[in-house]
Structures are given as C-alpha cells and as structure tokens.
Design a protein around this ligand. Structure first.
Ligand code: SAM
Length: 223
C-alpha cells in the first residue's frame, strides 16, 4: 500500500476541507479559531504545511502577515484561490525539513502536521522549527486527539511506536498514513530545554500547543 504522505495530500487536495465540516467538531473549531486569532494578533507568521489555507484564512483575520508554506503545489494552488482578511499573505513551496534556518520568523503555526512526523524524527523536527523562529517567538501547533468513532482506527504500529491509519480517497486510492496521537506529557518531555511558557490546551477533538522558543546554540548540530 502507498505510504507516501506527500503524494497522499496531493491526491486529497480537493476533498481535504470536508474534514472541517464534521458537525461534532464545530464547537472545538470555533474555540480553536478564537485561540489562534488571539495568539497571532498583529504577528508576522510563518505557517508550515498550510495545506489548502483553511487556517491561513482564519489567522489572516488578525495577523499582520503570513508566509504560508507547504511541500505540495496542489494544495498551495487551492490556498491561493481563497480570499483572505486583513493580513498580507505570501505563499511558498517549502519542505519543512529544508527550512533554511537563516530567516528567523516572529512566530510559527503548524496545523495537523505534528501527528504526521515520525516519532524518531520529532526532536530534529522541533529543532528545525525552533531554529526558524526568533528567540522568544511564539510557536503553535494544533492536531487531533484520538476520539473513537470520529477518527479512523489505527491499523498498524511500527517498532518505533508510530501508529498508522489506512485511508481511502474518493478516487479509490488507498494509503497507509502515519498518524500519531501524542500525550501532553510526551510533548512536554520532548520540549524540555527547548521551550518556555509551554501551554497545552486540550479540547475534545483537538489539542493546541503553544510555547515560546529559547535561544539554544547547540541545536541542529547533530549529524
Ligand atoms: C493534514 S494536512 C494539514 C493542512 C493544513 N495545515 C490544515 O490544517 O488544514 C498536512 C499538510 O502537510 C503537508 N506536508 C507534508 N509533509 C510536508 C513537508 N515535509 N513539508 C511541508 N509540508 C508538508 C502536506 O502537503 C499537507 O498539506
């Protein structure tokens, strides 16, 4: 079965936002909207893995500017079709793992990407993220809680502990997609020495992680 997550989101681009129409999730989505709009008010935001721009649009109501990035041209093309609010929006094709680290952004948002990062790569992922943000800058991630009946069941687990879902697209293509559901304790442990002002907000269907970066000159020096 196809396990290429980038290809999966390319093929899913046109049906992606149906996930945000689930009736049971509307209350949480409203709360998340309020939290994100308040957090990014007047900020210059680097958005990683922006997808079709669902959260870009929401954040654009209060942010100063957003550089919305994704690895997939297919989703960026859809995001470009949206009408945004007040902030200045730019789009760019960017692989998170190739973020230059030379440009330090004021703040960063990543929606529903954390769960797709393999557990053995998470420390490196956080280091890359933190290296892209000014010391003291706000970093926010949002992702899914596992809720039986609302999320697809996990169909596999590998030796690292990564969990996988089997997903079928409307065109019939089948994918095995890594989807991890971290606990608050796990996340906080991972951020030890890498973040301050850590806040973990647990909604029913989603979690939101907010923290501020700290200066750490030793990051990204691993082989
Ligand atoms: C679950 S979607 C989230 C989209 C959007 N953030 C949202 O919440 O609606 C995951 C996104 O991550 C993107 N992605 C996957 N791997 C990536 C990488 N290495 N660098 C940048 N984007 C990536 C996919 O193309 C996809 O658009």
């Amino acid at each position: 079965m196809n396990t290429d997550m980038v290809s999966y989101y390319k093929e899913r681009a046109n049906e992606y936002e149906k996930i945000y129409a689930r009736p049971e999730r509307q209350h949480d989505l409203l709360l998340a909207t309020q939290i994100l709009q308040e957090t990014f008010r007047d900020k210059k935001v680097l958005e990683i893995a922006c997808g079709t721009g669902y959260w870009t649009k929401i954040i654009s109501k209060t942010a100063d500017s957003i550089l919305a990035t994704d690895i997939n041209d297919a989703v960026i093309s859809l995001a470009k079709l949206k009408e945004y609010f007040a902030s200045k929006i730019k789009f760019q094709l960017v692989d998170i793992f190739n973020l230059p680290g030379t440009t330090k952004h004021e703040s960063l948002f990543g929606g529903f990407i954390w769960s797709h990062i393999q557990l053995q790569g998470l420390t490196h992922f956080i280091d890359i993220i933190n290296d892209s943000v000014q010391p003291g800058g706000a970093v926010v991630f949002m992702d899914n809680n596992f809720v039986e009946g609302s999320n697809l069941p996990m169909t596999d687990r590998d030796n690292f502990g990564n969990t996988y879902q089997t997903r079928q697209l409307e065109n019939g293509m089948m994918y095995k997609v890594v989807k991890n559901f971290p606990t608050e304790d796990f996340i906080k442990q991972l951020l030890t020495g890498k973040a301050k002002n850590i806040e973990f907000i647990k909604l029913e269907y989603y979690w939101i992680l907010k923290y501020k970066t700290i200066r750490n000159d030793s990051i990204l020096k691993q082989p």
